[in-house]
Design a protein around this ligand. Structure first.
Ligand code: AMP
Ligand code: GLY
Length: 431
């Protein structure tokens, strides 16, 4: 059996979960994670480099004879990592497979205006919208007046998940439009998308596609974005996830497949975009109908932490086929159990928080998997906190309640100064 040397880019809980999964493959040769975290070092070798430093990434490809690069986070893709690696590999006569789209495809996440235009063009259900710049701000006012509260304002470009404002009052929305255009989110908000507010339950659907229309749908998940219990407080990167959420039932997923996935892939083909990688559909279910809130060009975090454990098939050959642009795998075996991930975060997150707190307790509990996110190995070899989202406890269960209870039990056995987690992950789905 031919093995593959793999380089996975990223450092969060998402990459830890992907690393955990890929490291189990009998096809895995040498495995590197860059930059990784204190946990990914047990699945492969961490390399200290920045995924947006394309020269450093390619140096690692050459030094370690990498066959396949899997890109975990969006920034390098939006900045053109695929093109840069392809050019360097071609100049070297090296065959290099990459999971992750080029810059044109990554614009689905990198530009909300591009994504909305694409959805409108290919008849993909999404909220009504218009895009404005400093030149036509008064037209923005008129558009806001034509909508009902609350008002949704989005920075066009990448804003680390913070570029969306939902505002109840019309005058405040007009004021915010001006603040955003004046640079509230830097260059990312030089264009602002204003859209109709959709009310419903959100869920995340993940597609792997080979750029030729071939695709596989991974198990759907629900993310918990607010920091506080009962979905209160500030937005975070995500405080936990449930896979699968009952709202993503077969009838709903059939509509997603027909109206969203197939039309998206068809649109990419028609635009001449050779998209090889993950497409993350951020969906909202309004009544029984799916609408797209956003596209991302990577897996979700913390959704990946509950999705990967449910994929029973070997994922590495599938990623190889995606990288080749020739997906043959027609089916993935999925574990029938529910998986619930609960994220433990640093006190203060998503606002200011301290780093460098030693983590103690059982990080290898029997009934759960603990994925590291913001962790590092301190000078004396102890594991310490290095980010807002520190680790995720994930468990299988016979339903949401059972899986969540195991994850909470695992977290009770772990301590760090200021540790906080939501105790209601999945609860809303039980009603
Ligand atoms: P986005 O970055 O586009 O995913 O937006 C962040 C969050 O804002 C989403 O997860 C939703 O909770 C919310 N949101 C975005 N767009 C809308 C919309 N049109 N209607 C209702 N909520 C929205
Ligand atoms: N969990 C949402 C995201 O990864 O964007």
């Amino acid at each position: 059996m031919k093995t593959l040397n793999v380089l996975l880019l990223g450092s969060g809980g998402r990459e830890a979960a992907i690393a955990w999964k890929l490291s189990q493959s009998p096809r895995m040769g040498k495995f590197f994670i860059a930059p990784g975290n204190a946990g990914t070092g047990s699945f492969g070798t961490n390399l200290q480099l920045k995924p947006t430093d394309f020269d450093a990434v390619y140096d690692a490809v050459r030094a370690h004879d990498i066959d396949l690069v899997v890109v975990g986070n969006e920034d390098p893709l939006v900045e053109g990592l695929r093109e840069a690696l392809e050019n360097k590999a071609a100049a070297d006569g090296r065959e290099l497979l990459i999971v992750g789209p080029g810059a044109a495809g990554a614009a689905l996440e990198g530009s909300k205006d591009f994504a909305k235009h694409f959805m409108q063009k290919y008849d993909i259900p999404t909220a009504r919208y218009c895009t404005f710049t400093a030149e036509n701000v008064e037209e923005g006012d008129r558009f806001l007046e034509s909508l009902q509260a609350p008002y949704v304002l989005k920075a066009d470009g990448l804003a680390a998940g913070k570029g969306v404002l939902i505002i109840d009052n019309l005058d405040e929305a007009k004021k915010s439009l001006r603040e955003m255009l004046a640079g509230q989110f830097g260059a990312a908000s030089a264009k602002v998308v204003i859209e109709e507010f959709l009310s419903g339950i959100e869920c995340s659907v993940f597609v792997l596609t080979d750029g030729k229309g071939g695709y596989l749908v991974l198990p759907p998940a629900k993310d918990y974005k607010r920091v506080g219990e009962g979905d209160t407080g500030l937005n975070t990167g995500g405080m936990g996830s449930v896979c699968p959420p009952p709202i993503a039932d077969d009838a709903f997923m059939a509509k997603v497949d027909e109206r969203i996935i197939r039309r998206t892939l068809d649109g990419l083909l028609k635009e001449g975009i050779d998209y090889r990688g993950f497409i993350f559909l951020g969906l909202i279910r309004c009544g029984d109908e799916p609408f797209v809130i956003e596209y991302n060009v990577r897996m979700g975090d913390p959704e990946t932490e509950s999705v990967m454990p449910r994929i029973a098939s070997d994922l590495l050959p599938v990623l190889e086929e995606i990288g080749r642009g020739d997906l043959h795998t027609k089916h993935l075996d999925i574990d029938p159990r529910t998986a619930v991930a609960v994220m433990a975060v640093s006190g203060g997150y998503p606002e200011a928080y301290e780093k460098g707190k030693p983590i103690s307790g059982n990080l290898s509990p029997e009934e759960s998997i603990v994925f590291h996110a913001g962790t590092r190995t301190g000078a004396d070899g102890t594991i310490e906190t290095a980010g807002g989202r520190v680790l995720a406890a994930v468990s299988y269960g016979d339903g949401i309640e059972d899986a969540a209870a195991r994850s909470y039990k695992a977290l009770e056995g772990i301590r760090f100064d200021g540790m906080y987690y939501r105790r209601d992950i999945g609860k809303d789905l039980l009603r």
